[in-house]
Write a protein that binds this ligand. Structure first.
Ligand SMILES: [Zn+2]
Length: 687
């Protein structure tokens, strides 16, 4: 097969948005080869340039080459995640080694490193624009962490390690996706599905019909799995689905081919090796260098402190549930597959509403309009629907305008769960804001969720949790889109410490609990009625239902991740499962099923960017809760506080320390109080 000539390859067209109507898997190999070759040539010319090192002779030309790779590879990476099929997967895997090798070589290039040091050493460096100074300082750090100071043999080995790690991460995600998609349960007897919400049944019915099968097709994707576990009266059905879900991609899963056990072990061995080559005792120590947290001990102490505070609340949550399940549901032993079901029943009884009834007040169009209105009110922007080529007919495309009506950014919104799309919800940058000559390149974001889809005769309606997810990803999107920085590497989310990245996202979640926000985004799907105030009050009362258990769950994951990447010896006799068991005996209050293989689907730390960083969610929750508490003070006008949040946090990107941005917004260092208050954990023991 002959390659598409560069001029016809849509991945090499940087004149505007990615050309999703034209990009095909066969374009990947020639495009990435072309881009990597030309970036290597750029590096060569910068490294061998005899002129003095300046911003314009060193940083600027490299930024242009990297921007093109980021944009093209970003589109490929994105497509592989949202429309995964064998063609895309092969194209991604085939191109991955060359791209990884390029970035490893770049980070290790001692000549380029010398150019950056020269630039940082000239007297005029002190007068350089602070954003530019920050980029150079970050680069110097990254050269060191990339191995630029290593002897040749170690450099070569580190390169091999990076290459293998990149493939292992892709493999982990593929196994998880395949294991999730391969499982289905066809039910033909309606009585076996009693309790399952109608909207879920409608979708399951449509899925079976699409395959020419009778009955209902149940899957392990969130919009099906979660409601079945929370609502199906059929205990055996819950047990079957729980087991299938909890053993995905594991040694107990449906196929050996998707078992992530060996992938996990190998990832841990290689991460430790990479850290030690660079002079760090373990991967966690290496991972913390560019983060807010200063040391492994600081993180462990933070998590354990929060764990100690949450534990009595979690114990009470669980005791209440066990008692309720026994006395009201006749469940003498509360099994892991009963927990969601019993919780839903207890919540319904205690607060007199059910999530599935509530969602009928939240049709998609009202929710989106409400979300946009919050952002518009807070940040003085406006958002309008627009059109662009996308990768799926369900995907929306939107423009963000500033107060003067000028375009400042754009985003894609891929809302629903579907086959071939990775699970979870995430934001990715498509294009980063940067000045290129006279032009400013505007930012573009991908927002991806796995929410409930519309059915043939009803619009999509969202649970409150799904709405929170939408607000969360939108918060990441705003961080990317509302930046004012024009320097690549520190605009948008780039260059922000990883453990501060969840600040804007979790900050936005808070608005899902405000009456004047929520009440504006409701219209019952049958009656058109807005959400009654009384129902909202019950939601708020239920806000901290089982918040102790939820906090402990996050602490468990965070501690496991941190210990796995610090004190655990991947070359020793103990297994990662041993570490997880130990963490659970330290903090957990709920028994786990013996087959529970949570780790095998923990993509955040094995395939995403959260390795030795999962604690970031709680770390940033302290910041986001404390930041939001400004809006809870009397007499605060939202547009005023919102504008300050934009100016001091969202617009700044990575141009200064996240702590500095926080203090500039809040007027003081962060405090834990607001988070504890929001979680209903203000007294040392439960009331
Ligand atoms: Zn997030």
């Amino acid at each position: 097969m002959s390659d598409t000539p560069p001029s016809d390859n849509p991945l090499l067209d940087f004149s505007g948005l990615p050309r999703f109507d034209a990009i095909r898997a066969e374009h990947v190999a020639p495009a990435m080869r072309n881009l990597v070759e030309s970036a290597r040539a750029t590096v060569e010319s910068i490294a061998t340039d005899n002129r003095p090192a300046t911003w314009d002779t060193v940083v600027e030309p490299l930024a242009g080459a990297l921007d093109r790779i980021d944009r093209a590879w970003g589109a490929v990476h994105h497509l592989n995640a949202v429309v995964s099929n064998p063609g895309w997967r092969d194209a991604y895997h085939d191109a991955l080694p060359a791209v990884t090798a390029f970035f490893t070589d770049l980070g290790q290039d001692v000549r380029l490193y010398a150019r950056y040091r020269e630039l940082a050493g000239v007297p005029s460096f002190a007068t350089l624009d602070p954003a530019r100074r920050r980029v150079v300082t970050n680069e110097l750090r990254d050269f060191r962490l990339g191995g630029a100071e290593l002897p040749p043999a170690e450099k070569a080995r580190l390169k091999e390690v990076h290459a293998e790690l990149a493939l292992l991460a892709a493999r982990f995600e593929d196994n998880l996706l395949d294991a999730t998609n391969a499982w289905a349960l066809y039910v033909t007897d309606a009585s076996e599905l009693s309790g399952v919400p109608q909207s879920v049944l409608d979708e399951a019915r449509a899925a079976a019909m699409a395959e020419g099968k009778p009955g209902w097709k149940l899957t392990l994707r969130m919009p099906c799995y979660l409601p079945v576990l929370s609502h199906a009266d059929n205990r055996a059905l819950r047990a079957t689905m729980h087991r299938a879900f909890a053993t995905r991609a594991s040694d107990l899963g449906a196929s050996e081919a998707w078992d992530n056990t060996a992938v996990i072990r190998r990832i841990l061995v290689l991460r430790r090796e990479a850290a030690q080559i660079l002079g760090y005792p373990n991967f966690a120590a290496l991972s913390l260098v560019p983060k807010m947290a200063k040391s492994v001990d600081e993180v462990l102490e933070f998590l354990r402190d929060l764990g100690r505070r949450a534990k009595p609340f979690a114990e009470r949550d669980y005791a209440d549930l066990v008692e309720f399940a026994a006395s009201e549901l006749g469940l003498d032993t509360l099994e892991p597959w009963d927990r969601g079901y019993a919780s839903e029943k207890l919540k319904t009884k205690r607060y007199a509403f059910s999530e599935q009834e509530l969602r009928r007040y939240f049709p998609e169009d009202k929710v989106l309009a409400g979300l946009f209105r919050v952002a518009e009110t807070l940040y003085g922007i406006s958002i309008r629907k627009s059109a662009a080529p996308t990768w799926h007919p369900d995907v929306g495309f939107f423009e963000v305008l500033d107060a003067s009506g000028a375009l400042i950014g754009q985003f894609y919104l891929d809302t629903y769960a579907r086959a071939g799309k990775q699970g979870g919800a995430w934001q990715d940058d498509a294009i980063n804001r940067r000045r290129a000559g006279a032009e400013v390149q505007l930012p573009v974001a991908y927002l991806n969720c796995n929410l409930s889809a519309p059915t043939a005769n009803a619009p999509a309606t969202f649970t409150h949790d799904e709405i929170i997810t939408l607000f969360h990803e939108f918060g990441h999107g705003l961080h990317q889109l509302l930046t004012r920085v024009e320097v690549a590497g520190v605009s948008g989310i780039q260059g922000v410490e990883w453990d501060a990245v969840e600040l804007p996202s979790q900050f936005m979640e808070n608005f899902c609990w405000e009456w004047n926000v929520l009440s504006q985004m409701t219209a019952h799907v049958d009656t058109g009625e807005p959400l009654p105030r009384q129902l909202f009050d019950r939601m708020v009362a239920a806000r901290n239902f089982q918040s102790g258990l939820a906090t402990i769950g996050q602490i468990e994951s965070g501690l496991f991740d941190m210990l796995l990447h610090s004190s655990y010896d991947p070359g020793g006799d103990r297994t990662p499962q041993d570490v997880l068991d130990e963490v659970r005996s330290e903090v957990s209050v709920t028994p786990k099923a013996p087959y529970d293989r949570f780790m095998h689907s923990f993509a955040h730390i094995f395939a995403g960017g959260y390795a030795a960083g999962y604690y970031s969610y709680k770390w940033a929750a302290v910041l986001s809760a404390d930041a939001f508490s400004v809006f809870e003070e009397d007499g605060v006008e939202w547009p005023v506080a919102g504008e300050r949040f934009r100016d001091e946090v969202l617009a700044r990107g990575g141009t200064r320390d996240a702590m500095e941005s926080f203090v500039a917004f809040r007027g003081r260092a962060p405090q834990l109080d607001a988070l504890l208050r929001h979680n209903g954990m203000t007294t040392p023991t439960p009331p």
